[in-house]
Design a protein around this ligand. Sequence first.
Ligand SMILES: Nc1ncnc2c1ncn2[C@@H]1O[C@H](COP(=O)(O)OP(=O)(O)OP(=O)(O)O)[C@@H](O)[C@H]1O
Length: 328
Amino acid sequence: MSLVIDAQGLRKEFTVRVKVGRLRRAKRTVTAVDGVDLRVERGETLGYIGPNGAGKSTTLKMLTGVLTPSAGQVRVCGLRPVAQRTRLALGIGVVFGQRSQLWWDLPLRDSFDLLRHVYRVPAGDHATRLRRCRALLDLDEFLDTPVRQLSLGQRMRGELTAALLHGPRVLFLDEPTIGLDVVSKRAVRDFLGELRRAGDTTLVLTTHDLADIERLCRRLVVIDHGRVVHDGSIAALHSRYGSRRLVVAELDTALATPPTLPGAPLERVEADGRRLVYACESAGAAEVVAGLAGLATLRDISIVEPDIEEVVTRLYRSPASRAAPVTG
Ligand SMILES: Nc1ncnc2c1ncn2[C@@H]1O[C@H](COP(=O)(O)OP(=O)(O)OP(=O)(O)O)[C@@H](O)[C@H]1O
């Protein structure tokens, strides 16, 4: 494995002028990113999330060479993002919701062609990549439409293509599904899922849509007040915050006393005793199901996964998230 992103102690301060009293203005320092360490291997898909103002976009801007860090070390594809920005541009793709890399008045097809010249992509590579994007993102019906006439969902599919035509090693995406309808959201997620499966592009994704994260990311980095408060899998986040899988058993007939199962406390009894809900603590779902099957006649069983929205809400509210960063 090779490291494609290596940031240590990354920090960004902004000086802002604030009004003090009626006439005076004073300088204040806002620490947007406060010592972020981030190492990302080739082929990883990383979800970078946090509440509004946490420092996500600022981090991405430092990783892509748009902003100079106030302190810290950073290498992306082995390059210093600001100092070697032109070389870096060949190795990364960027999709930032607010900024377009397409030519507003030109048909999408012409923007793609111009990008081929900008990045000096060999014609054969360009054609192969474009063919793949056309097929996976259903671009054909609007390839000849000027960009300004595209819907948001169509434009986002165009932006994704534009970001990938030069074959970048890392793709940075800032809120790629924001404002999209369910069909376009799915198209974008499926496409990114395909890209992840192919395994040669590293994806770094910021989003407020946790379904994006659940569908796409094995690793989740949570940032709050400029600091990393979680770096690990979604499962690690659930176990840290005590979220548990639930086993919901529908019984043929209610039992006089619901069974006690080791490692799986009974959470709720519903439907006049015909539905029992157990939480998997030390017991796995299979053990719970096997235990129940020996004691009652089961009509149906379902397993409810812990809800990521709930655990992330708890994390954002947690005072502990302001203290020490946690990894795992
Ligand atoms: N150019 C700037 N000048 C001054 N302050 C800034 C600037 N850019 C960002 N900030 C401040 O830095 C902090 C982090 O902002 P940033 O945009 O990185 O957050 P974010 O996590 O991307 O938020 P959101 O989810 O709302 O997009 C905020 O307090 C923001 O007001």
